[in-house]
Each structure stands twice: as structure tokens, then as C-alpha cells.
Design a protein around this ligand. Structure first.
Ligand code: DX5
Length: 211
């Protein structure tokens, strides 16, 4: 199973954003945009008007940490998002989830659904077969540089056993130690911010995270 590495741009130096993107472009697989609305999560990051200036060959992976994800789909698709992920916690009904999945697919992007650390895997039984990826948050969303929450590992294993071909992305506190645990639990897509952008040899750290 190839392990994909997805740097999270949130930890990069926004004063030198294009340089930061160039430093990982040859080594990473996707590039994650953490979109925070200061409501679903206690932090405010950036929207499409800012993100559209990021020039990269890497597929853009948009992680919507917002209360109204449906309102953001079109604008992120318009700047080239290849993957769009919304949180299960903000779209409680099956009907609304299916409508959002369809709206994302209509843009040509693939679909992910995210689970906060305390949200059980069963919470998405209604739509897991209709998404391309499940994002298991291994920190409470809102900030980079937090510590990996080990109690999410059994959720990853449960998902992997139930859905052998599902892409399982893990995000939050991923470093060379937690990456091993996440991979062994069954994750095949690792998001990392501070562990990548806090070092100078990014090719090396990315290869360590990939294993
Ligand atoms: C947090 C974000 C993560 C975060 C990752 O809410 O979803 O993508 O930026 O950063 P690290 O790897 O530093 O935990």
C-alpha cells in the first residue's frame, strides 16, 4: 500500500509561501489547505481568495473545518481543488451528507469526510461507502503543532478492517514516531505540518514519514 504524504500549508512561512511550496513539491503527494472559519474551530485561517495564489503541481486537498461546508465547495473547486473534505460533525443528517457528496463530485473533486478525535467510526456508517476518503483527526482541529492523540489508533484499524480499499487520511501531530503508529494501524495518507515545515531537509523528513 503506497503511503501518501500531504504537507499542511498551515505550518509554512506565509511570508515566503511559494518558496515553501516549492521546497516540498518534488517529494510530497498532495498539498493540504486547512480552511478554518473561527466557528467550527477556534481559529481563522484563509479562504479561496488567498489560497488561489498558491501555485503548485501537487493536487490540492481542501480540509473544510467550517460550519457551512456547502457554501465553500464551488469557490475551492474553482481554484483547482482535487479533494474536498467536510466534517461529519457539522452535517448530521444522511440526506444533507449525500447532497454535499454529490455537490463535491459534480465539481470533479473527490470526497472526504472527517471525524474529530471523539467522534466514533459508526457516526459515518450511513455514507462511508459513498466517499473516497475518511480523515481521522488525531488532534482536536484548529491548530498545528499539537500532540498526536493515540486513542484514535483503534478507529483507524476499525476503518481499515471494515473498508480495505478506503483511503484513510490521518491529520494532527504526525511526526516520525506517530507516523509509524498511524501506518501500522492502517492509514495510507498522512498529513503533516510542523514536522515538515520546521526542518530544512524536507525531502528527508517526508521519506521518513512515508516509511
Ligand atoms: C489542524 C489541522 C492540521 C494541522 C497539522 O486542525 O487540521 O492539518 O495543520 O499540523 P501538525 O502536523 O503540526 O499537527
Amino acid at each position: 500500500m503506497k503511503i501518501l504524504i500531504t504537507p499542511s500549508i498551515l505550518a509554512a512561512d506565509f511570508g515566503r509561501l511559494q518558496e515553501e511550496v516549492a521546497s516540498i513539491e518534488q517529494h510530497a503527494d498532495w498539498l493540504q489547505l486547512d480552511v478554518m472559519d473561527g466557528h467550527f474551530v477556534p481559529n481563522l485561517s484563509f479562504g479561496a481568495p488567498v489560497a488561489k495564489w498558491i501555485k503548485t503541481l501537487l493536487p490540492l486537498d481542501v480540509h473544510l473545518m467550517v460550519t457551512n461546508p456547502a457554501d465553500r465547495i464551488i469557490e475551492f473547486a474553482a481554484i483547482g481543488a482535487k479533494h474536498i473534505t467536510f466534517h461529519a460533525e457539522v452535517v448530521p443528517t444522511t440526506e444533507a451528507r449525500k447532497a454535499l457528496i454529490q455537490a463535491i463530485r459534480k465539481t470533479g473533486a473527490t470526497v472526504g469526510i472527517a471525524l474529530n478525535p471523539d467522534t466514533p467510526v459508526q457516526a459515518i456508517d450511513d455514507v462511508v461507502a459513498e466517499v473516497d476518503m475518511v480523515l481521522v483527526m488525531s488532534v482536536h482541529p484548529g491548530f498545528g503543532g499539537q500532540t498526536f492523540i493515540g486513542s484514535v489508533l483503534p478507529k483507524i484499524t476499525e476503518l481499515r478492517i471494515k473498508h480495505p480499499r478506503l483511503m484513510i487520511q490521518v491529520d494532527g501531530g504526525i511526526d516520525t514516531v506517530s507516523a509509524v503508529k498511524a501506518r501500522e494501524a492502517g492509514a495510507d495518507n498522512l498529513v503533516a505540518g510542523s514536522s515538515i515545515f520546521s526542518v530544512s531537509d524536507r525531502a528527508h523528513i517526508i521519506s521518513l514519514l512515508r516509511g
